[in-house]
Design a protein around this ligand. Structure first.
Ligand SMILES: [Zn+2]
Ligand SMILES: [Zn+2]
Length: 311
């Protein structure tokens, strides 16, 4: 059966979303073979003039959720025909499908925040310059190791997973070919990368009154301690904070997303993730949470509003 649902793709479960996409392709196939679609037109199941637009909408949502799409819609002659009742279709999907129902009824109760790039901005050059003075190695070279862009560097990954600061600073000196460094001193210098994102910190204080909040962050022990000393964890319930270095897991490993949801006892469909990296959000969306990539504060506020979040 061919049927265009035409309801908001965000409110459709995986199988109905992919199903309608497949049926659009079939519909175009029928049109190109001059097969009659009058039956579908009569039942209000297709709108020929909206096929192309609808395909675009569905593909956008498929990509947003990280599903693959490699089937451009073939050419076909479009014409005005058919009328779909979207409200009725919403009801029908709700009735037929538990997963669509959950999506339509879902209400955000939980917001899970990343730290770096979201609550605090960072610039590794600030630390690299100070470390240059300390080690005699060029700031440019140091920056590459700190941010993980140097060839074959393991420092970054190790820093986010290591339970002890000493471990990753040992790796740091190894990669830069210098004799051992004072890990306490280096940790202190590395904290120079951070500047607070004040509008975000303010917003979090407001959101905590209405929502369950949590932190999920890839962070080193040194940074973690410093951020805590700056009060970053204060608006968050004590047990709702997951640092990669404490659990030996880091984003985008799927396990850490499930771990946070389990720890804070929130359902995926009522939770939204905020992260500055698309690759981290993609995984979040796959385990069915909403996700917002944080780049611009104003845009972020709009995305929250779209999800029905209030403050
Ligand atoms: Zn397609
Ligand atoms: Zn469904």
């Amino acid at each position: 059966m061919t049927r265009m649902w035409m309801v908001d793709p965000k409110k459709m479960c995986r199988s109905h979303l992919l199903g309608e996409h497949k049926e659009l392709h079939q519909l175009v196939g029928s049109l190109n073979k001059n097969k009659s679609i009058n039956g579908h037109l009569d039942k209000g199941q297709v709108e020929v003039h909206n096929i192309r637009k609808r395909h675009k909408e569905l593909v956008k949502e498929m990509k947003r959720r990280g599903y693959s799409h490699n089937s451009p819609l073939p050419k076909f002659k479009s014409f005005r025909a058919g009328k779909i009742n979207i409200k009725e279709n919403e009801k029908e999907l709700k009735k037929r499908c538990k997963n669509c129902r959950t999506r339509q009824n879902s209400k955000i109760t939980t917001i899970i925040f990343d730290v770096g790039g979201v609550q605090y901005f960072y610039d590794h050059m600030n630390a690299a310059r100070a470390m240059e003075k300390e080690t005699g190695i060029s700031a440019k070279k140091i920056k590459k190791v700190l941010e993980g862009s140097a060839k074959n560097t393991k420092f970054w990954r190790m820093a986010e997973l290591a339970p002890l600061e000493k471990e990753y600073w040992k790796q740091f000196s190894k990669e830069l070919n210098i004799s051992s460094v004072d890990s306490k001193k280096m940790s202190k210098l590395w904290n120079l990368i951070f500047t607070p994102n004040k509008p975000m910190l303010k917003l979090i204080k407001k959101l905590r009154k209405k929502y369950k909040l949590a932190i999920l962050s890839n962070m080193s022990q040194g940074h973690k301690k410093w951020l805590i000393s700056k009060g970053i964890t204060k608006p968050f319930p004590k047990h709702n904070i997951i640092w990669s270095c404490d659990v030996n897991l880091r984003k985008p490993n799927k396990k850490i997303y499930n771990l946070v949801l389990k720890t804070i006892n929130s359902k995926p469909e009522e939770s939204v993730f905020v992260d500055d990296f698309l690759r981290n959000i993609k995984v979040a969306r796959k385990v069915h949470e909403c996700g917002i990539v944080y780049k611009d504060h104003k845009k972020f506020l709009n995305e929250l509003k779209k999800l029905g979040v209030e403050w």
